[in-house]
Design a protein around this ligand. Sequence first.
Ligand code: KG4
Ligand code: ZN
Length: 342
Amino acid sequence: MKILAIETSCDETSAAIISDGIVASNIISSQYIHNKYGGVVPEIASRSHLKAIAIVVQDALKLAKADIKDIDAIAVTTEPGLIGSLVVGSNFAKGLSIRHNLPVVPINHIEGHLFSGFINNSSLKFPFIALVVSGGHTILFEVNSFNSYEIIGQTIDDAAGEAFDKTAKLIGLDYPGGPLIDKYAKMGNPEKYKFPRPLINSNDFNFSFSGLKTSVRYFINKNFPNGVEENNFPDLCASVQEAIVDVLISKSINALKQKNLNQLVVAGGVSANSRLRGRLADISENQNIEVFIPEFQYCMDNAGMIGFIASKKIEEKGLSYYKNLTFTASPNVFKRKGMEKE
Ligand code: KG4
Ligand code: ZN
């Protein structure tokens, strides 16, 4: 069974080939053009996807030594995301499907991240807690199977990646700020400045990061009224990063304890953060908790994770279920309380 997977929900154009449940190729073309605007410009994102999509799909086929004629099904991200971007991938998939008479499996992007811990990792078993943490989402899930999971907490305002990017902008760093905060923080003292850890002691699993951003803004206005000089970047970045990481870790551990589970999957772009990874490695060494973080290429937005969950859906429902299935792209955020809606 060979699946061609396509992901265009935000600013990465990606295609992958999944062969019998294994990711055989995973091509990701990132749109750096947004960096100079300080954030993703939706109209530019969709036009960039249009330019890249055919080449990225060709490259994925080539790397997997496959031909479109070998493909049994197409998987594509249809929600949530930027509507103009989603439409490019969805329509490309529909076009290929008509031309080559292939079924299309519509996939929710967050489900892709949620199960990415299984890619190249046979020791992860159900049930587990998953923290999906990216530029658009910060969600804690209790996961019992591929089609039974529940959102147990999520951000009530900004996502953690957004907190990284917005505070980086205040400090004077370019977009996307997360990787730059990570870089400078390695040289800084995380105890130097004390920023708030919003909702860290609340009894639920929800997050809130907009207050942290405001606090960083006031702090900079007061202490660095003429802008932050580069020699202050390390301590400031390390202190901001520590506040975000403290909250992510504390909520995840509380969820594991309360649900009596000992496996934690951390996925999404922010899981690339080296401090978060380091702290999670300490936890798995010192507590009875196994932590699973996908390889970097499966942490960021990628088609490999979309094809992987599609292969599980096909296993469950059969390929014929997806023949002539109608679907539309939808920008809606992931707000289902749990089960599959199919
Ligand atoms: O999953 P992703 O590639 O796209 C979304 O679906 O949002 O995540 C991108 C987010 C951005 O906010 C970026 O700043 C953040 O992940 N990010 C990081 C790091 N690498 C990416 N945040 C902190 N440290 C990093 N090393
Ligand atoms: Zn994502």
